[in-house]
Design a protein around this ligand. Structure first.
Ligand code: NAD
Length: 270
């Protein structure tokens, strides 16, 4: 049965929304019954209800009717479809939270055609296990207390950094999209280990734990990545041999060029 008020509503119940909702509930920041999600995909919606115990609706306008905090968690190009559906129900109390790559606050404001409180965020899917990182900024209509409430929600699934909006496209590449590059790296590392005889399950374990441990070394020691790299490279040893090939094959420049293309794509989405 539909309630008349929810603490948080999501329009679009895909991968990013589900990762955030699961973390918010499991950390006790909100209860499942305080969250409502709309989606055009009824089968997925019912599955989400079963898995997470949240309220669901096929009607996007109900999210704006019954929630003050509204997360637009559809794909960037779908903003133009869903915003007109909710415009009549968005008022001075509504807080629009975007998660879309490349959608500037101004472009979202234009789709509403009126002054709206907008918080722009860029989360990532490790939110699912509370290891996400979210960049966040707001327009001047958003009050400190409202920003504080959203920061609390987003902190429940990882780190949160307030940044200038002009830096959001760089964040899309370095954290929003980046888990995909890391999964490819882990897969490639595991393939190499399998090539050399390690069983597949052990190969993923060794590769993934090494990525995790290396990331923690950067975060927890505060040492420069180059210094940490030098600590692994014994003179005349095995590691420097591997690095020679990575440099020869343009590993660094492949990463930089790929990420820069990602940024350009985000810039073109607005
Ligand atoms: P997704 O395709 O998994 O989810 C989109 C959801 O929107 C689907 O459930 C779809 O059925 C629903 N939808 C489509 N049209 C709709 C409509 N008219 N009304 C209601 N629901 C509708 O996509 P995703 O990966 O979850 O991405 C969603 C947003 O999150 C995007 O804007 C993306 O830029 C952002 N984001 C995603 C990631 C990520 O890693 N997936 C990271 C950061 C930000």
């Amino acid at each position: 049965m539909i309630k008349m008020k929810y603490s948080l509503g999501f329009i679009g119940g895909g991968n990013m929304a589900k990762a955030m909702i699961q973390a918010i509930i499991s950390n006790g920041v909100l209860k499942a019954q305080d969250i409502i999600v709309s989606n055009i995909d009824i089968a997925d919606l019912q599955k989400t209800k079963k898995e997470l115990g949240i309220h669901i609706t096929l009607d996007n306008s109900e999210i704006a009717k019954y929630c003050e905090k509204i997360v637009l968690s559809v794909k960037p190009h779908q903003y133009a479809d869903v915003i007109p559906e909710i415009v009549p129900f968005v008022n001075e109390k509504s807080l629009i939270i975007t998660v879309a790559a490349g959608k500037s606050i101004l472009s979202v404001q234009k789709l509403f055609g009126k002054e709206v409180k907008i918080i722009r965020t860029m989360p990532n899917t490790p939110a699912l296990i509370q290891e996400g990182i979210t960049a966040i900024c707001r327009n001047e209509q958003v009050k400190d207390i409202e920003m504080g409430a959203v920061l609390k929600i987003f902190s429940s699934f990882g780190k949160v950094e307030i940044i200038e909006e002009r830096l959001m496209d760089a964040v899309v590449s370095v954290s929003g999209s980046a888990p995909a590059y890391i999964y490819v790296l882990i897969e490639a590392m595991a393939d190499a280990a399998v090539l050399n005889g390690l069983p597949r399950d052990k190969a993923y374990l060794f590769a993934a734990q090494t990525v995790l441990g290396s990331a923690k070394m950067v975060l927890q020691t505060g040492m420069h990545p180059a210094q940490l790299k030098d600590m692994v490279c014994s003179p005349g040893g095995t590691t420097i041999e591997a690095l020679r090939i990575l440099e020869q094959r343009g590993f660094r420049s492949a990463v930089i060029e790929a990420m820069d293309t990602c940024v350009q794509k985000a810039k073109n989405l607005s």
